[in-house]
Design a binder for this molecule. Structure first.
Ligand SMILES: [Zn+2]
Ligand SMILES: [Zn+2]
Length: 129
């Protein structure tokens, strides 16, 4: 049993690495099921969440949209296209101590922050022309 779980997890991780584009769980599932028709959607979803908890991949929560999974784990920021919903990496230095700038923390203990910029991606700009 343990072995099977490990293999499935490796398959899911492999798919995320292949996609390299902040894939949704559905997109990851499509890749995995191509090569392994017997795998269920639930298994892929569960493994994605496990991998995120283990720190192998990064889960990006997109408000009002499906979560996305990132093969890059270091702290970095993202931009979301308002037309197609794709998520891109933004080249920008990570602001390490941003939490320290919060004036009234209401007793909160901060563990980090996410930043999501928004706009229209190059592909969608081309389509509009
Ligand atoms: Zn777009
Ligand atoms: Zn990213």
């Amino acid at each position: 049993m343990i072995k099977r779980n490990t293999i499935q997890r490796a398959m899911v991780l492999d798919a995320v690495n292949k996609l390299k584009c902040h894939a949704t769980a559905d997109e990851v599932y499509q890749i995995v099921v191509n090569e392994h028709p017997n795998i269920s959607k639930g298994t892929v979803y569960r493994n994605l969440n496990q991998l995120a908890e283990m720190g192998e991949i990064r889960k990006i929560e997109v408000p009002g949209n499906a979560d996305r999974f990132d093969h890059r784990c270091h702290d970095h920021y993202h931009a979301r296209c308002l037309k197609c919903g794709k998520v891109f990496d933004v080249e920008m230095d990570y602001i390490k101590d941003l939490e320290k700038q919060i004036k009234d923390a209401h007793g909160f203990q901060f563990s980090g922050h996410d930043l999501m910029f928004k706009g229209i991606c190059p592909d969608c700009q081309k389509k509009e022309k």
